[in-house]
Design a protein around this ligand. Sequence first.
Ligand SMILES: [Zn+2]
Length: 177
Amino acid sequence: MPPKSITDLTLVKELLDTVGGEDAITVVKLCEKKRKMTTDEELSKKMKKKVTEVRAILNKLHFRGIACYQKARNQKTGWYNYTWEIKKDRIAEIIEEQQKENLEKLNNKMKLEADYSLFDCTKCNHREVFEVAAEYNFICPTCGGNMTSANDPNRQKELLTKIKNIEKELTLLNKMK
Ligand SMILES: [Zn+2]
């Protein structure tokens, strides 16, 4: 089933959690649901959180350009009202930037592990190519632990799955922004 909200995507969840804390996802969900500008008071009521707490989250999101606000003076009270909007395209932009680098790293890792016979120390993760590891009789030159092949087909599969999942989410995100 295709995701209904961008907050269903793991990459979006992770980003919002890092930027605004665990409640940031709820803020974005509520704003997304309303489809128009939402005041921080409304959010505070719906989330059963103090307005100051909601504002703190919104400010963190604002700092990264994910949330933006409009300020208007309430004619009756004379106070300022802040209405907030979530910028989905900005969320997509940040994630694309992040994942571009991450995908490159994962692809390189996969290629390297497929091209060379690599051996990892089971204790300290020290890595050597086959020739060097064989010279040491597959005993880690750093800590004396056993070295085993890193060319694990399961690991290759795992890396590929990771890459595919990220690519899939990026495509979805692009359609939903
Ligand atoms: Zn070691």
